[in-house]
Design a protein around this ligand. Structure first.
Ligand SMILES: [Fe+2]
Ligand SMILES: [Fe+2]
Length: 260
């Protein structure tokens, strides 16, 4: 894994979030959009606010491996970037006149799930959240007519797309050590967890999605497309790491990218 690239990327990206400025004026959005959007963003804010302590502890397990030298430092910087997202999301919620949350049930479930098994599973749960976040922030970026929210979503979206690449590189190297059947089983459970999670998130954020003109069905569909793109790239990368193909997988499953 090219950890030097990621350390450099996270370091050079570190200052951009706090430089984003917000309009002094209240958001020029109708209450029918502003209120559910603020609540939805407050849920995402909570999700990004973790300290990453257990993720860091798990990362120590792979630290002695030659191909993961520097991974622990990269994870530290990655967690700092997620915390920068949390601060940015707080500012977005306040800009919209909303209130920050201290606890929320889907966030609690995510946190518990993430640390049930090992580093690979922790990264997988994180990745599932980031695949859904890519669709969520992409939709807000295109559909919310507020300059401050638009700018902040664009930055978070850019970062999350890089995070997907970061997790993909990690998983590709780990999955390349699995047997083809082991990888097939991993892929099945990943798809299942993603399918369940995207439906729960769509339901939880249904008022916000409706306010920006998206149905929960179309949100889930976009999440599935995002997953298909990710899996094709992951499988290609796993093969580049020297593994043989997963049974039944085809690059033709890739879907065109769309957030509209
Ligand atoms: Fe994030
Ligand atoms: Fe992320």
């Amino acid at each position: 894994m090219n950890t030097a690239f990621w350390i450099h990327h996270f370091q050079t990206n570190a200052s951009v979030h706090d430089q984003i400025t917000f309009d002094d004026q209240p958001a020029p959005l109708p209450d029918s959009v502003r209120i559910p959007l603020a609540h939805s963003l407050a849920i995402f804010q909570l999700g990004e606010s973790g300290t990453g302590s257990r993720l860091r502890r798990y990362a120590r397990e792979v630290a002695p491996l030659e191909n993961f030298r520097g991974y622990q430092r990269a994870i530290d910087l990655f967690v700092c970037e997620e915390q920068a997202h949390s601060r940015l999301l707080s500012r977005m919620v306040l800009h919209l006149g909303g209130s920050l949350l201290e606890k929320q049930w889907t966030n609690s479930v995510f946190r518990r799930l993430r640390f049930l098994v090992n580093l690979e599973f922790a990264i997988q749960v994180l990745l599932t959240a980031e695949l859904i976040a890519e669709v969520y922030y992409g939709s807000l970026y295109l559909r919310v007519k507020d300059a401050s929210i638009h700018t902040a979503c664009r930055q978070i979206l850019r970062d999350e797309m890089k995070h997907l690449e970061f997790q993909r590189q990690f998983l590709a190297e780990r999955l390349a050590t699995f047997t083809p059947v082991g990888r097939w089983l991993w892929t099945c459970q990943f798809r299942l967890i993603h399918a369940l999670t995207s439906r729960v998130v769509a339901w939880d954020h249904r008022h916000c999605l409706r306010a920006i003109g998206l149905t929960t069905t179309s949100f889930v569909q976009r999440c599935q497309e995002s997953l298909a793109r990710f899996q094709d790239r992951l499988e290609t990368q796993v093969r580049e790491c020297g593994a043989t193909a997963v049974p039944g997988h085809s690059a033709a499953t890739a879907q065109p990218q769309s957030h509209t």
